[in-house]
Write a protein that binds this ligand. Sequence first.
Ligand SMILES: [Zn+2]
Length: 626
Amino acid sequence: MDYRPIDHSFLPIGTHLIIKNPSYKIAADNNTIIHSNNPEDVIIIEHHNDELFGDIKWSTDLLNEKEVEAETADDFQSYGDDYFISNNYTAAIDEYSKGIELEPQNITLLANRAEAFLRLSQFRNALGDAEIILKYEPNHIKAAFRKGKALCDLKRYHEAIITLQDLHQRLETDTDRSNAPIKQSTEQLLEHVKILASENKNGKYDYTRIINEYCERAKIRKGSRHNDEWIYKSGPRLDHTDFLFEDIEIRSVEGKGRGWIAKCDIPENTLLMVSKAFSVVYSHEVLRHNMQSNITSDKTTCIASSLCNEELITRVTQKLLEEPYHCQEVYQLYYGLNLGKPDKINEHLVNVDIIGNIIKYNSFVLESGIIVENDLNGVGLWILPSYFNHSCVDKNVSLFLLGDLMFVRSLRPILKGEELLISYRSADSSYEIRSRYLNSIDIDCKCRLCELEKSEAPETTYRKTQLINTFEKLIKPKILNNDDPSLIKRIEKIISELRNLRKEHPDLEFDTLELNKILSFVYHKNGNPKAALSILKEVYNLYKNVHLQIINYIILDILSLCIELKQMEEAREWFDIVLKRLTGPILGKFEDEVNWKKEAYYVAEKIFPVMNSKAKLLGLISDNFN
Ligand SMILES: [Zn+2]
């Protein structure tokens, strides 16, 4: 097997399962396995369902030897503590729960169980236990702290602040020195919750700090066994929170199900949403060492992506089993037409079939905007961004990913009633590639580009393919090692014919983008930087409002040519253009030009690591800038 075994907290030893219609099979490693074809036939039941299992004696060593002797709440506490110390929180909770059944007001058991719930991210359960303790013992310091922590993780920031401020005040006057560590933790947590509350309420994010956090947490240590490990335990999953701009809402959209709509006019670069992933999986977390070394090969990429998807299904399932109150928001996402109508889905039952489909239709591929040492691939599920519909050419919203945080901004002014759109596939990929993908997720795109391409005569499409193939096979391989001027004529001829094939819609003709970039390169190579520059400027002017990644590279080329031609004033203008394009999706637009630029330089260098060297060449920043 090429992937990690399932996390033990998913199905801990001793979990009771009912498997309908099981069959026995021999697995690849020659072990026998119990196999079920239908995920719905596997039912996980509560740990101690005496109605079903009261008379059954289990032979699982771990549970049995202890169960025989255990009688008092103290015994259960000590078993629970043992499990807790070995990080087996699920089993610890089981033991504490048995003790609490005997003594429902046992404060120590409740407090320990609350902490175990927190470790498993079961925040509602943790809050429940903490509140019971505080009912009996209102001054219980640890319970108050755990209540504050659970409230924070449940995104109930206002209540968390009140709880923690109250605790903080009490600890200020507390003379017990053993409370010093919790006093410090309370101060830290309180400060952190205040930041989250401001992010959540006002959309105020400290971008430089968050980007630094991301770069730090994306660092990987080569693992001693077979896997690489994050240096920071949770990897690039950031302790920041969601924000939602009040003037957008989800409405039904004809022919598309549901979508995000502007409730009033929205200016360019407005922060519309920050969304924390429901769950993300990085390929490092599922791949073995030896596979990562050749992650560039297509086969490995393909395996990595399917393993990431499987792991994401597992983690979403796990999260829903632990916190079933999330089922509703997850099951409301689109999951195809084959699994019955939504009202037939039991909203409290974890259904792996549906989760698999939800991930198929809604997951986002991780493409971080920031370049880090290790290329981070992976896949994630974000709930609210899943409602953005697609357009190949007319997207008006940008997504910027930092770890599991997704920042969403308007790319241009948006009018009241307009739908907010993103691109699932870029307009510069071919109709065939785009529509194959879009059809696989039930989308029949009716954007300007798709409508045009659907209506084009087959001979036109055929000729286009022919021209592109000629370029790819006969011209492109010669470019790097050859400065034959006749190449210029041949590329120009192809560009002119391609443009002519779509002369009614020059702004929807994307095939010549890369060709023009290459043509400019060949002119430059043949000692004509002025012609190279003018080609790129023309391309920029034609496509500046279409948000394609290649345009940023074209501007960087323009910038280099301007510097080479000693047109410094113009170069500075191009530097500002690319700076705004690169950093706008994360930083937005700032009134204060001086401070905005300082922050933007810093961020742009992280997105395009050549930016600082360009800025230095232009004398925009000094050598010791950092
Ligand atoms: Zn389209």
